[in-house]
Design a protein around this ligand. Structure first.
Ligand code: PLP
Length: 399
């Protein structure tokens, strides 16, 4: 009998009891709107921002309605205009080009490398064209590129960087937290990310002007003095007259759920990485399968794992997917021609002008992706890796 895995790849852990308690107390107060605070009270949202800024080392933080909203807000704060060309990863997920399109700008896709990071040579060539003033850098699936080199390329050409840290909350490059290199960084607290408030996002920056704009954009009205991780009132003096309100605030209920999760995050990261390393170890030296080696400079958060089947045909990949799912292991494939569930590729975003990325095409054709929820044990991770190993080997050896 072949082992069948019975765990659920999309089942999260419950919200910590402290978060449930805090949420109930917000509900009992009736003060759910972030600016609805009692005398002497800071409010859960302002406190979350203060704690998140401390967690990453950013000067300022702003909690908003979603990760996608945080990215769009950053692009607006940077003054991206309709028709502007914004550089971004060819390998990412739909909210990234979607945020660019939401401000009327044009996504310009950069190739991916075999390490699943942005191709810095291709980036340097596109930056040299001089048509783009902003890079929206997606740390897709938690893979962090050489950030020193990336910033050198962008700074040298006056290109501002917005970091999409939806998959790197808690990660770092050479000890510098992810999100601390660019002008602004966006995080998501949507259910499938590293903290879970259903929906939610956080934007960080050290730039007082950009953050003042982001706060007014998010819908602060003239209540920005109630923030605890915001620039001083002077930063708002000019911009408050010229910055539109594009409401996308976070509320106190979500913030209450998130604060205990932020306190637990370092411990959760260790648990994710134990699962990741168990799957990685189990997959090593499988015929036909290439593990993505993680650079020593990178501190990872292993909430998902990717691997390549570089020489497999579409039929062989379909056979692996089918055999794994029959044994309870849900793999996602980035090579499919049609977008499926959360998985889509740059050529499925047809609102963007058609672009040709031959390396990205080649890599995505063999790219497999798997979530690692914390409801799995390390033993589960070993079983999953063994199933993948057996099924990939069977297909490779049958060829
Ligand atoms: C989830 C995600 C986002 C956006 O987050 P939402 O909170 O769902 O809007 C942005 N970028 C990437 C890569 C994501 O996976």
């Amino acid at each position: 009998m072949k082992t069948v895995f019975t765990g659920n790849f999309t089942q999260q852990e419950p919200i910590p009891e402290a978060g449930i308690e805090a949420a109930l107390s917000v509900l009992r107060s009736g003060r759910l709107h972030r600016y609805n605070v009692a005398a002497g009270e800071d409010g859960e949202t302002a406190l979350l921002e203060q704690e998140f800024a401390a967690f990453t080392g950013a000067k300022y933080a702003l909690a908003v309605a979603s990760g996608g909203y945080a990215i769009g807000c950053a692009l607006r704060a940077l003054g991206v205009q309709p028709g502007d060309r914004v550089l971004t990863n060819g390998f990412t997920l739909a909210p990234v080009p979607g945020a660019i399109a939401s401000v009327g700008a044009e996504p310009v896709f950069v190739e991916v490398t075999d390490d699943l990071t942005i191709d810095l040579d291709h980036l340097a060539r596109l930056v040299a064209d001089g048509d783009s003033k902003v890079l929206l850098l997606s740390h897709m699936r938690g893979h962090i590129c050489d950030m020193d080199l990336l910033m050198q390329i962008c700074d040298g050409a006056g290109v501002r960087v917005v970091e999409d840290c939806a998959h790197t909350m808690g990660g770092a490059w050479k000890g510098v937290p992810s999100g601390r290199h660019g002008a602004m960084a966006a995080y998501s607290t949507q259910t499938y990310k590293h903290m879970n408030s259903g929906e939610g996002g956080i934007l960080t920056s050290d730039d007082p002007d950009l953050m003042a704009r982001a706060i007014v954009l998010s819908g602060s009205y003239m209540l920005y003095a109630r923030h605890r991780a915001a620039p001083p009132p002077e930063a708002f003096e000019q911009i408050k007259w010229v910055t539109p309100n594009v409401s996308g605030r976070m509320d106190n209920l979500r913030a209450a759920i998130l604060r205990p999760q932020l306190a637990d995050l370092p411990c959760q990261i260790d648990r994710w990485n134990a699962l990741y390393r168990a799957v990685e170890d189990g997959l090593r030296n499988t015929p036909g399968l290439k593990v993505i080696e993680r650079p020593v400079e990178e501190s990872i958060v292993g909430s998902s794992i990717q691997f390549l089947l570089p020489a497999f045909s579409e039929q062989q990949i379909a056979a692996v997917l089918q055999a794994c799912v029959a044994r309870g292991v849900e793999l996602k494939w980035f090579g499919g021609a049609e977008p499926v569930a959360f998985t889509s590729r740059y050529d499925s975003w047809r609102y963007a002008s058609p672009q040709s990325l031959p390396n990205t095409d080649r890599i995505l054709t063999g790219l497999m992706d798997m979530r690692l929820p914390l409801t799995f044990s390390v033993e589960d991770a070993r079983v999953i890796a063994q199933i993948i190993r057996e099924e990939v080997s069977a297909v490779a050896l049958a060829a």
